[in-house]
Design a protein around this ligand. Sequence first.
Ligand SMILES: [Zn+2]
Length: 535
Amino acid sequence: MAHYLALARKYRPATFDDMVGQEPIANALKNAVVSNRLAHAYIFAGPRGVGKTSMARILAKTLNCPNTKNATPCNTCDICRAISAGQDVDVLEIDAASHRTVDEIKPVIENIAYRPTRSPYKVYIIDEAHMLSRHAFNALLKTIEEPPPFVLFILATTEPEKLPETVRSRCQEFDFPPLRLEALLKRLSFVCKKEGFEVEAGLLRRIARYARGSMRDAISLLDQLVAYAGKSPKTEDLERLLGTPPFSLLARILCALVDGNPSALADVYGEATARVSPERLADELLFLVRDLLVLRLTSSQHLLRFFSESELRTLGDIDPRALTVLFANLLETRNRMRATAHPDLLFEVALMRAAHRGTIADLVRYIQQNPAPPKTHSSTTPPSNPTTRQPQTQTKPAASNWLALRSQILSRLEKPEHRAIIASATLLSSSDDTLVVGIHPNFASQDLALEALQRAMSAVVSRLLGRATRVKIEPDPRLRSKNASLPPALKEKVERVLRLFPGAVVEEIQDVRNGGDDASGAESADQNQASAEGP
Ligand SMILES: [Zn+2]
């Protein structure tokens, strides 16, 4: 345990320039120090492990170190070392989680009027500040309103919305975002180099991924891994340490799902759940499908969050439409697993259902054999225009060439669920500053946060067209009438299919009752469905 703490502490950032991933805040504070425009109270808000306390200590050192040059403390003098250890007489760190009441905060406040002992500033770093009681806040408020000129307050909190508005309005607030994967990787590589660890890039990426935006967790995990497996750890060591399924198992599950092979799935499912919980397995499959979709739709390696490109390439070309359907199924199942006493059964049956021969693979084959007619309602350019075949090209598309614009939009929308909706969207009308985009009514009727989609679309389209453009999203009335004209019995069947495949779009309806194979396939799929959802 002592070793476990050591590495994260050893590589704690010591100057503003060390604050990898929080550069905007570091620069703002640095400029405030250099130009002598410090506020007297700051709120550092953000999730755990993203550098709030480190930033507070660096600011305190910068103000109090006698050797500070260009807003960079020396980190070697007594004062710097005492602040780094959280033990300086003039830089007081108060953990609000354990000093909540007014009686505990009172002595601190009464001392505020006294000058600092040996440094220019008295700095109060209040950690988890939202935990203070209301009375403690009221006592604090008076001093925050009119602090002596030598006092600086830094309130660090993971839940800024729980701070009283009266306090927030008197502080300058910085929001620390979760650290991006690249920032974590950069620091992890730095630590490995300094410590002489040999960790391959794919494994580092996985460590960073499990840290979920926390630098402290990333470095601690690296530390644990090296303690567990030596200075050249392998991916399997991390899997054993964390109890995650090996990539090969995930790959086999995915292939069984996409190929529609329930018996292969049953084998590998048993193997996987002997090693990890069904919840973990479901999460890992979601991560895998997400990354595969991103790679297939954008070819952008840097957007991958969980797996390396080389790992994903081993899975071959899986149709993105199959992946979209699978993702929706997995996500829905994962949510339902939280609300049941038998998550293992629910997950197993849901996977079996997804792998049942004649579901995803057949659906995709069906879609491929019945391609949607090109939707060129408002297009003035024929669909054979070269820009439609080269979505990566940098030339600006015209709003009137909807197909070309749509494929460029698709490569820029970040969220897979947004891309799934826009993939079949039409252009209803356009003016200089507004595009009205039509989507299938099934999407509009689901609770799919269309506002977020409108915002994302407006941002992407404005960038693509090089001018501020508002995107309005509406159900395409032509598609609505097609659906409404169905006889009630058929309409109900269509709705059942749509419940099975959330986000799917009905392109065409065929009567297959006379085709022997198809009919038996449909029946057993029905039974399967009934057994999954029956009492
Ligand atoms: Zn110093």
